[in-house]
Design a protein around this ligand. Sequence first.
Ligand SMILES: Cc1cc2nc3c(=O)[nH]c(=O)nc-3n(C[C@H](O)[C@H](O)[C@H](O)COP(=O)(O)O)c2cc1C
Length: 448
Amino acid sequence: MHLAAFLNAGPQGTVGWRHPDAGDGFLTAAHYTRIARVLEGAGFDLAFVPDSLAVPRGLKDSFDPAVTWGTGTPRLDPIPVITLMAAATEHLGVAATVSTGYQEPFHVARSMATLDHLVGGRAGWNVVTSFQDAEAQNFGQDKLPARAARYARAEEFLEVTAQLWDSWADDAIVADKESGVFGRPDRVRAVDHRGERFAVRGPLSVPRPPQGYPVIIQAGASPAGRDFAARWADVVFCSHESLESAVAFYADVKARAAAHGRDPEQLKVLPAATTVVGTDLKDALAKHAEFTGLVHPEAGLSRLAYHVNVDLTRYDLDGPLPSLAEVGVEGHYREVVEFAEREKLSVREIGRWYGARTEGDMIGSASDIADTMEQWLDAGAADGFMIQATHVPAAFEEFAEQVVPELRRRGLVRTAHTGGTLRDNLGLARPGRDEWRRRARSAEGGRP
Ligand SMILES: Cc1cc2nc3c(=O)[nH]c(=O)nc-3n(C[C@H](O)[C@H](O)[C@H](O)COP(=O)(O)O)c2cc1C
């Protein structure tokens, strides 16, 4: 099974930084390189860094709650962070979140291609469309564009980015010292894209990445997001409130991939799993209770406002969750609805729960956690997991020291990396030149 780690380039989680065992080095290189080495030793395929392009203002249209409670802020630029992590390791894949909302495809194609070269084919890109008004307001817009417009932009963005990566053939550089010929212009081509949003002549100023395309990750849960993921993504991240919804999501995304003519095995689905490991279930539950006790109710509502882009304090705090038409992260909203309906929670109670909410709770002894993971794999809910640590680096170290040996004993996690690229680690084929035609919506019907 595949293992990814979810690691903020900043304090971990809304209350993780408050944990007595949490480190405070999130502004230092040593913090990230230490975690990278722990993950590599534990056989992880990759470390993934999420991102947000604003100090959240979801609550009371102010950044005060986010700063007061450390909700979604601060956030360092993930690219230098993952570059450091890759430099400190030999096999660990590293992925950064980059939004398609506010840059040009040329910038992102160049930066991801550069990274993939420098880290020997271990790079990944978590493609997001962003979800907060506060982000749009840092880039000349008043409001987050509607979901349909965000995904339409993402679609054209990926088409152009992939064509830029393909603009150099793999054998374009010859570097023949004797003749003085560096490259073969017949193996490099322009892009000449003129679309609704972007006009890009090309070629890219960086040769084709070692992996063809860096590993493309996506976490959209709306129908538009799933469809986009089914065509473009190599890895899908998700989070669920129950095994049933995870199974339904897995089947849906794989079916969408097949409908687009892709091999569903070439799309890996990794649900979030927050593990709290103890000597036995009682010990783990006590640890979890200690963790949830750290949350201030306003911090919880601040986190929820950040994720759904709606200020729930505008509604009756003792009333039920109102029905919301357009939310920021649809996946998180659905989980909140599922949990609130099941537990009959008021908005106030949802806030308290959400602040310490750890997606995909897996609480118990190492063997309990391994059992749950196996159950999810066998039920057809996952190809592996995205491990979210409650606090860092300690919870990753506990996972590596206590849970990973049990997973290895069961033959579920590798004992050593065999080398190669992140695609090799994940069992993903290297895309040939012009793979973009197979994935792009605009090329539907005209696929080679
Ligand atoms: C597990 C998970 C992690 C995510 N990480 C990020 C992130 O780091 N940055 C971001 O802008 N969006 C992130 N998102 C949001 C989505 O990628 C997506 O852009 C957003 O959910 C809107 O699409 P949707 O409505 O189709 O879900 C994440 C979503 C999930 C479920």
